[in-house]
Design a protein around this ligand. Structure first.
Ligand code: ADP
Ligand code: MG
Length: 147
């Protein structure tokens, strides 16, 4: 399993890292974001969307699990599954068309739906390390499984 660790010291640095990953992302990929509330998953998503040339504003929808952005290089399916009660909600949304379609999926709190994650995905873990400063984040990027 490939693993990379990057440290950032501001939201802008996390945004820039994610933008670069968005630029390099390939259609059909699924990105799973994990980390506590306020870790920076949405900041990461915003940078990633910019890398896909999405111009619409991206934020964390409180009451919708899925937000679709069509304006970029390919569709971006932004999930935030924090409030999901049951996996059947993912089925109702039609997640399979996203995970196995032509766009790119990004799932905040994706570890909560582990049982339906595809064979291959990129896991991004954002960790705070308070002893290194308030704005410091350790970002772990792991490629899981195989295509
Ligand atoms: P999450 O989606 O994980 O709950 P958000 O992305 O909404 O978190 O919020 C992250 C918060 O942390 C923002 O207020 C952001 O400005 C702040 N922040 C501070 N340092 C960083 C950093 N290095 N990377 C990302 N966000 C940071
Ligand atoms: Mg969020």
């Amino acid at each position: 399993m490939e693993e990379k660790i990057i440290e950032t010291n501001s939201p802008e640095e996390t945004f820039a890292l994610a933008r670069k990953m968005g630029e390099q992302a390939v259609q059909g990929e699924v990105y799973v974001l994990t980390g506590d509330l306020g870790a920076g998953k949405t900041v990461f998503t915003q940078g990633f969307a910019a890398g896909l040339a999405v111009t619409e504003p991206v934020n964390s929808p409180t009451f919708t699990i899925l937000q679709v952005y069509e304006g970029g290089r390919c569709p971006l399916y932004h999930f935030d599954v924090y409030r999901i009660g049951d996996i059947s909600e993912m089925e109702e949304i039609g997640y399979e068309d996203c995970f196995y379609g032509d766009g790119i999926s990004l799932v905040e709190w994706g570890d909560l739906i582990e049982e339906i994650l595809p064979e291959y995905y990129v896991k991004v873990t954002i960790l705070r390390e308070p002893e290194k400063g308030f704005d410091h984040r350790k970002i772990k990027i792991q490629k899981r499984g195989s295509l």
